[in-house]
Design a protein. Structure first.
Length: 275
């Protein structure tokens, strides 16, 4: 098994006129691409397969952490059961791994590869093929205020994070696996730019990632449904002592066997608080 694979990733390029980047979430063009005022550029690079070295990467050092823990939950077609049963099980796991005192999931996304389909509506999400970070600092604070309005003033006084929990469903993730960029190779001041996500009733904000040849991308080849990766999207500690976030993206792995099963995955998004 190769230690590195050579592939291309899609990086963001800011609007040339210097205006704020935006993307319309619910309106797409006939090509299936969401309307936006910025664009993507492909860059060829190497991604390291860190199988056997998973323990070298933690949430506070690299911004991501692999973990092996089978789930008792199997019915990923039942949205209400996911929220009731899977959330509870995985919330306890996050507390165990991080030492957090409170974990609140605010949504989840199931992704399944559908070749040739342009529809990317909420129930037909496909792997995201561009380097990104889910939340900016202002969006992260807004998440706490939106989902926990009564508790937000006190919770925001303490350390909090946004962590995604990503896991394959049913089959190993050999097709369109997930790549993660080690935060130690990222300059958080220059390597990302905010993108306004425009919804009909509100506005969110995410980071697109700009190319930097110093980036060190990692993945664990063939992750199974018994494995997961925690992805830090935000940390309120920003004094340089810990990773703040992790750029991530799906990518085309040249070592994927012909006829490999289509990628299926679920990612939960959690507000994580500490006493």
């Amino acid at each position: 098994m190769a230690d590195f694979v050579t592939t291309t990733l899609n990086y963001g390029v800011q609007p040339l006129d210097g205006t704020r980047a935006w993307q319309n979430i619910n309106v797409t063009s006939e090509s299936g691409v969401r309307d936006k005022n910025w664009h993507l550029k492909q860059e060829e690079l190497q991604i390291e397969n860190i199988r056997g070295k998973e323990d070298s990467f933690t949430l506070d050092t690299a911004g991501f952490q692999f973990y092996a823990r089978p789930t008792k939950f199997k019915n990923f077609d039942d949205e209400e059961k996911i929220k009731r049963e899977y959330y509870e099980e995985q919330g306890e796991l996050i507390k165990e791994v991080t030492g957090a005192s409170k974990v609140v999931f605010f949504d989840h996304t199931i992704r399944r590869t559908r070749p040739g389909e342009l529809d990317d509506s909420p129930d037909k999400r496909q792997p995201v093929q561009q380097a990104h970070v889910d939340q900016t600092t202002s969006a992260s604070i807004s998440r706490v205020e939106r989902h926990l309005p009564g508790e937000a003033p006190e919770l925001l006084k303490r350390r909090f994070q946004i962590i995604n929990l990503w896991r394959p469903i049913d089959v190993p993730a050999l097709e369109w696996p997930l790549a993660l960029c080690d935060f130690r190779s990222v300059d958080p001041k220059t390597d990302v730019f905010p993108v306004a996500l425009v919804y009909p009733d509100r506005e969110g904000e995410t980071f697109s990632v700009q190319h930097n040849p110093t980036h060190k991308w990692k993945y664990a080849r063939g992750m199974t449904p018994d494995e997961l990766v925690l992805i830090k999207c935000f940390d309120s500690i920003q004094d340089g002592s810990v990773a703040i976030f992790t750029p991530h993206t799906a990518f085309k792995d040249p070592t994927t066997p012909e006829g490999a099963p289509r990628r299926q995955s679920i990612e939960l998004r959690a507000l994580v608080f500490y006493d």
